[in-house]
Ligand binder design. Structure first.
Ligand SMILES: NC(=O)c1ccc[n+]([C@@H]2O[C@H](COP(=O)([O-])OP(=O)(O)OC[C@H]3O[C@@H](n4cnc5c(N)ncnc54)[C@H](O)[C@@H]3O)[C@@H](O)[C@H]2O)c1
Ligand SMILES: O=C(O)C[C@H](O)C(=O)O
Length: 315
């Protein structure tokens, strides 16, 4: 059986670290692509990573390039191309620059890897996925965004830190856009099977939810020169794994929702089953009244951003 071919567009912090996690888990052969102006940088990172293989013990071929010909017929393409935010910026401030980058990248992917699944990581996430699907024309189930795995991981980490338990025992779900309106769901959060609401009081949980919501900004404030990449890359590699190993993971992703949750044709974070056919199912839950209100607020924010992007690209 042939190895999966995984292309990562954008060999910066998130892209190169995603390549690292994918190679270390032997998910397939990896092509790391960046713009020609970066000259040999992707080649250097790829060669460096290859030289870790005898130590870590993985058999993945890793190619660094600026030529889309090397990405031909990829099974999965991850888009991390674009600028990250700096302190004082919101993800939405990246819209104008990254919409053009994601458009250009997707046109190339459409031409070179027509059967690929696309995982978008560039921000502002939900609008960028919408654009990648529109430009590629790929079936909506084969285009998705990474945000929920990361946001849930932050939420799970903070709960484990608070309770002094293993992160492995914390299970959680989170919905909505990748922004300040994201909706962590205490009703779907448990620790060793015990509802989290039985282990900590409501006000402490609300503080943790708020920290998870602002988790990206917290890292930006500490790094100062860019945004988070270790956890975002690990989250992206988990999605790649779900596809190339047909894992049928039930995880939160930015997925296309039309009738689902009454969203009406937008990408937004929802629980999905992720396997070799991409988003194989959007899992619909009965939301509480509060969750419905919060989710709708988040969907409205995503819609506003997509409209702003369409206007920008048309002007
Ligand atoms: N969805 C998430 O959870 C999440 C998490 C972290 C970062 N991000 C986003 O991911 C993006 C990348 O972040 P980063 O920290 O890796 O930034 P970075 O600056 O380290 O890397 C971005 C790379 O993209 C490359 N690039 C720019 N235009 C390109 C093009 N047209 N084709 C190919 N490559 C191109 C740049 O040369 C650079 O190497 C940002 O938009 C950031 O906001 C999203
Ligand atoms: O916060 C950012 O700008 C990057 C990313 O979306 C994150 O949540 O870490």
């Amino acid at each position: 059986m042939k190895r999966a071919k995984i292309t990562i567009v954008g060999a910066g912090n998130v892209g190169a670290t995603t390549a690292h996690w994918c190679a270390a888990a032997e998910l397939g052969d990896v092509v790391l692509l960046d713009i020609p102006q970066t000259e040999d940088m992707p080649k250097g990172k790829a060669l460096d990573l290859m030289q870790a293989s005898p130590i870590v013990g993985f058999d993945s071929n890793i190619v660094g390039t600026t030529d889309y010909a090397d990405t031909k017929d990829s099974d999965v393409v991850v888009i991390t191309a674009g600028i990250p935010r700096k302190p004082g910026m919101s993800r939405d401030d990246l819209l104008a620059t990254n919409a053009k980058i994601v458009t250009a990248v997707t046109e190339q992917i459409k031409a070179t890897s027509p059967n690929a699944s696309i995982i978008v990581v560039s921000n502002p996430l939900d609008a960028m996925v919408q654009q990648a699907q529109k430009v590629s024309g790929f079936p909506a189930n084969r285009v998705m965004g990474q945000a929920g795995v990361l946001d849930t991981a932050r939420y799970r980490t903070f709960i484990a830190m608070e309770l002094g338990v293993s992160v492995e025992d914390v299970s959680a779900m989170l919905m909505g856009g990748h922004g300040d309106t994201m909706v962590p769901m205490p009703s779907c959060t448990s620790v060793g099977g015990i509802p989290v609401t039985r282990l900590m009081d409501e006000s402490r949980l609300e503080e943790i939810v708020d920290r998870a919501r602002k988790g990206g900004a917290e890292i930006v404030g500490l790094l100062k020169t860019g945004s988070a990449y270790y956890a975002p890359a690990a989250a992206t590699a988990q999605m790649v794994e779900a596809i190339v190993r047909d894992k049928k993971r039930l995880i939160p992703c930015a997925a296309y929702c039309d009738k689902e949750y009454g969203v009406g044709g937008y990408y937004v974070g929802v629980p999905v089953i992720l396997g070799s056919n991409g988003v194989e199912k959007v899992v619909e839950l009965d939301l509480t009244e509060q969750e419905k209100t919060d989710f709708q607020k988040s969907v409205d924010a995503v819609k506003g951003l997509v409209e702003a992007m369409d206007k920008l690209l048309a002007s």
